[in-house]
Design a binder for this molecule. Structure first.
Ligand code: DLZ
Length: 157
């Protein structure tokens, strides 16, 4: 997937939303960039949030479910999974992706998807919202979570 075609978006106001940012501990530089991008989006919208580290991307779904069941309006799930020489990449990527999708559907609450599945570290540095990056996937994931939370509220009204 390329990042081309992403829409231009105006700033939103989400001062009454409470968000949990979950970030896997693997690949720290990229992961820190993703967290900073998410925080930029949440601060810009005025949302309340906390950032919680989880051991790895495999643990993101259960942490997301727990945070949403405990009352969060939305979760932003951040992870960095880099392909290695074994099939582990596919298992962790699928578990994170399928698990987070299931959590969103089971809870009826948004999960911003900021899990990068990469062939190498450079692809992550290019997408991590760092000074030399050309994409900011952490910001995009948080922005999508907030917009979806507001959209779902509107649909339920
Ligand atoms: C084991 C593992 C490996 C090999 N690679 C990654 C990775 O690139 N990114 C990531 O977020 N987590 C990785 N993990 C850890 C798993 O997600 C998980 O934490 C462990 O298998 C323990 O359940």
């Amino acid at each position: 997937m390329s990042g081309k075609g992403a829409p231009e978006r105006a700033t939103i106001a989400a001062t009454d939303l409470s968000v949990v940012v979950l970030a896997a501990e693997w690949h720290e530089t990229i992961s820190d960039g993703l967290i900073a991008g998410s925080v930029r989006a949440l601060d810009a919208a005025g949302a309340r949030y906390r950032v919680v580290r989880v051991p790895g991307s495999f643990e993101l779904p259960v942490a997301a479910k727990t945070a949403l069941d405990a009352g969060a309006d939305a979760v932003v799930a951040l992870g960095v999974i880099i392909r290695g020489g074994t099939p582990h990449f596919e298992y962790v990527s699928s578990a994170a992706t399928d698990g987070l999708t299931r959590v969103a559907l089971d809870t009826g609450k948004p999960v911003g998807f900021g899990v990068l599945t990469l062939d190498d570290e450079q692809q992550g540095l290019d997408r991590a919202g760092l000074p030399d990056s050309h994409e900011d996937k952490g910001f995009e994931a948080a922005d999508a979570a907030l917009r979806t939370a507001l959209l779902l509220r509107d649909l339920r009204a």
